[in-house]
Structure formats: C-alpha cells, structure tokens
Design a protein around this ligand. Structure first.
Ligand SMILES: Cc1ncc(COP(=O)(O)O)c(C=O)c1O
Length: 492
C-alpha cells in the first residue's frame, strides 16, 4: 500500500515517488548512452547467470519504483548483446536515435489508441504524413501513396503477401484459398529474407508456394531464371501472383535488379513488392538513390524504420501506390467501433492493417526526422556508408577476402591467409573468439545456401575508424589464437 493509503496510487505512484522515478530513468538512459563504449560489445552470460539475477525477485515484497528501474537497467546492461554499441557489427539493429527514445517514452505515457482516426487524429495524420513522404521519396505520386506502420519488416512483408493475394484473387475474401481454381505461387531470390516463408505459412499457402530464384555472382536475383520459373509454373497450371525484389539482403546487402524485375512483373501481370527493409533508407542519399532504380514501379515496398533509419524497435512500414488495396484487404465492420470521422482521406488504421489496437509507431521516426531533417539523415547515412568502405578496405589490407562486396556498408569475408580460411569450423571459431573478447560483435552466415562467411555490418551511426581498427585487431587476435600467422602460414 502507498503512504497515503490510496489504492489508485499503487500503479500511478505518489507524486514524490514519480519525481524520483523520472530522475532515475533519465539517469539510467543517459549513463547507458554516454558510457556504452566502456562496456563490452556483448555480455554473453550463461543462462544460470541470467536466472540468478531473477532468483531474488519476489512479487509479494514490492520494491520502490526507482530501485525497480535501476534493477532492470543494470540487468539489461549486464546481460544483453549491446546492439546500440558502436562495435556491434551484427544484424541490422541500430543505435537508436535519441529522439526515437523520447518518442517511445511519450507514446507509452499518452498511450494513443491507433485503431480509429477519431481517437487520435494527430497520431494517424503523423503516420499518414510519413507514409506519403517516404512514398514520394521512392518516387510514388504523393497524392496516391498509401500504407501502414507495422511492428517491423516481417509484418510489412506479410502485409505485402496479403495485399498481392487480395489484388490477384478478389474472390479469396469469401472463398479462401480453397475457392481458387489454380494454386498461387510467388517468387523471391534465394537470398531473400525468411519472413516470406513465414508469411506464406501464415497465409495458408505453405512453403510449397515459395519459389527461390537463383542469384548471380553478386548475390542478386537472376531475372532470366525468374522468367523461366514463372513460365514453368504457368505451364503446370499454377497461378503466379507476386515477385519480391530485395533492396539490401540480410546476408550481404545485395540489391536485386529492381528495374528488370519491375519490367517482368508488368509483362507477367503480377504484383511487384520491394523488400527494402534495410536498403530503402538509401533513397535519402542522392549518391545512393540510383541503387534503388526501379523501386518507383513497385506495387508495394517494405521499409523498416528500426533498421537504417535508426528508430528503436519495432517500427516497420508497408507502402503502396495503390490507395485502395489496404482497405480492400483488411476492411471489416464491427458494432463496437466508433463511427468514422467525416472528411476526405480519413483512414481508420484498423481497416488498413492486421491490427486492431496498436501503438503509435510512427512518432519515434517523426521526432527523429523533425530534429535531424532529411539533411541530417543524409549526413548520417553518408558517414555510415564511408565507414563501410573503411571496413572493407581494412579487411583486405589485413588479408581477409571480401566476398560479393555490396554497395551498402557491410562485409562478408573469409580468411585468405590460411588454407582453412573458407571452412565453416574455422570461421565460426573466429567469430566466437571476437565475440568473447568483448571488443566487437560479429557473426557468421551462409551465402548461396552453403558458403560460410564472417559477416560485419555497420549498424551504428557512432561507429568510427578507431572502432573498425579495434575489430580488425580482434580478428587478428583470433587468427593468432587459432594459429594462423600474419605471414600466411597456417599452423593449426
Ligand atoms: C531484408 C529484410 N527483410 C525483412 C526483415 C524482417 O524485418 P523485421 O526483423 O523487422 O521483422 C529483415 C530483417 O533483418 C531483412 O533484413
């Protein structure tokens, strides 16, 4: 019970305790941001060590608020892979923009309900404004650009599948897949993100409906194979309905030939979706924009704000140049929903997406853009791209061979100084040693299905040339421990 004995204050907390809480919260956030370089890039604790932190937790003995926040912050700091760390070179989890952190805090406090426009017109209009702005950036007609914020790229890709199905098979709304004369199939590259397989399962299509098109030497979809796969499927009386081009593959940052895919999609009369979850941000940077040529012809686009736009998790976007498609895919009516507001272009988000109740996802991106502006973002992306060049150059100098170099700031690499430098066992051992040193966080992946590579991606706008040097040194230490000398002889 609270000091005043008022049960309302059990959750609200008394004013004096709230005051202490906010101070502690701000202190914890600021000390994490300003002290992160002193932390190892990854804590890498054992499961027992993590569970030991919770061993003393007892809900029958409530804790003071500031102490609870301190406990959570310190436990996170002691246990997590520090994705906001300048030497976290992992999957694209960014250092969150500070304005994004502020945005998420505001959203938690105001708790806007983004089901209907009337409940939160400002929030809905902010998201629509962002959707139109990013649509225009990709080359859509701003007056037609539509879309929805999502929890992330997976949900945006799932939305794309649903929209493409609803476009190709309007009868599905009533009859479902079982009502279709021909079974739908769709096309992704062999390097595409696995969320499409998940989405295929969620849509009831199953993995059997996903065609993985082979890639070229630079890990980009091969357009000739795409055409022949579509033709073969048509001959077998299947129903091609969608092709996905990826702008920035998860493994290696490859960008599929979007313009060629757009042309094939138009000729074959199938939906073209661009999964630009990571690489889409390149549209902000004039010198990188040409990499995305053809994206303006995509029927829909996935863009993750929580990747290269540096919003805190989770913030994705589904964009489309077909303003009617989301309504057609998700419309529904329910008696308990407040009546629609009167006016032009009123969107009730619940009729436009998978969600009913949902968070105001767009605010964190909106506030970051308000403060940094397009120019500020361009400067950040330019710096990160330059760091990608430094990374690839330093790796080559140190005797690491960069495989299928991409225009985005990432390197997949193998060791050219030892005959075992391409073996999965060796490369995985190198990654483990780098991670356990605490100096940097990198990983391995497989490209083309079975070629193991080390993978390092510039995910933090705070990464500088010294951080890259530290990574190179950690790699060299791993080599030495695995008995590869810098002269090129492999001793172990
Ligand atoms: C190209 C691509 N698409 C989609 C996704 C899925 O995005 P999310 O993790 O936000 O669901 C990812 C995630 O890494 C990705 O790299």
């Amino acid at each position: 019970m609270t000091k005043s004995g008022d049960p309302n204050e059990i959750l609200l907390l008394e004013a004096a305790e709230r005051e202490k809480l906010w101070q502690e919260l701000a202190r914890q956030i600021e000390s994490y941001i300003s002290g992160i370089r002193e932390l190892p890039a990854s804590a890498d604790p054992s499961p027992d060590a993590v569970r030991a932190l919770l061993a003393g937790v007892d809900f029958s003995r409530p804790m003071p608020a500031a102490e609870a926040v301190r406990f959570a912050a310190e436990s996170l700091a002691r246990t997590q892979v520090h994705t906001p760390h300048p030497r976290y070179y992992g999957l694209f989890n960014p250092t969150p923009a500070t304005m994004g952190i502020a945005g998420d805090a505001l959203v938690a406090a105001f708790n806007p309900q983004l089901a209907v426009w009337k409940h939160n017109p400002f929030a809905v209009e902010v998201e629509q404004h962002l959707i139109r702005s990013f649509g225009a950036l990709f080359g859509y007609d701003e007056t037609l650009a539509d879309g929805t914020f999502t929890s992330g790229g997976s949900e945006a890709n799932h939305t794309a599948l649903l929209a493409a199905l609803s476009h190709a098979f309007p009868e599905m709304e009533k009859a479902g897949l079982r009502g279709l004369e021909a079974q739908p199939v769709f096309y992704v590259s062999a390097e595409s993100h696995h969320s499409f397989h998940k989405a295929a399962r969620l849509c009831g299509l199953g993995n059997v409906a996903v065609r993985e098109i082979p890639v070229d030497g630079m890990l980009r979809m091969n357009p000739a194979s795409l055409v022949s796969s579509i033709r073969t499927d048509r001959r077998h009386r299947l129903a091609p309905f969608l092709v996905v081009g990826t702008a920035g593959t998860t493994n290696a940052g490859a960008i599929d030939p979007l313009a060629e895919i757009a042309e094939i999609a138009a000729q074959e009369k199938i939906w073209f979706h661009a999964d630009a979850a990571w690489g889409g941000a390149a549209a902000i940077l004039p010198e990188l924009r040409p990499l995305l040529a053809g994206i303006e012809r995509a029927d829909s686009i996935t863009l993750d704000a929580h990747k290269w736009l540096c919003a805190p998790n989770g913030a994705g976007m589904f964009l489309t140049r077909h303003p009617e498609i989301l309504g057609r895919t998700f419309h529904i009516s329910a008696a308990y929903v407040p009546p629609k507001a009167e006016g032009a272009r009123i969107v009730d988000p619940y009729e436009h997406s998978i969600h009913w109740s949902r968070r105001f996802i767009g605010l964190k991106l909106f506030l970051s853009l308000l403060v940094a502006g397009w120019e500020g973002y361009a400067a950040v992306l330019r710096n990160m791209t330059a760091m990608g060049d430094v990374l690839r150059r330093e790796l080559e100098v140190a005797g690491w061979e960069v495989v299928a170099p991409a225009p985005l700031p990432i390197a997949c690499f193998q060791d050219s100084r030892t005959p075992k430098g391409r073996s999965a066992e060796y490369l995985e051992a190198v990654a483990r040693r780098v991670v356990s040193s605490g100096d940097a966080w990198i990983s391995t992946t497989r490209v083309r299905g079975d070629i193991t590579v080390l993978r390092a991606c510039i995910t933090s706008y705070r990464t500088n040339a010294d951080d890259i040097r530290t990574l190179i040194n950690a790699l060299e230490d791993a080599r030495r421990a695995l008995k590869v000398t810098s002269a090129g002889a492999a001793n172990g």
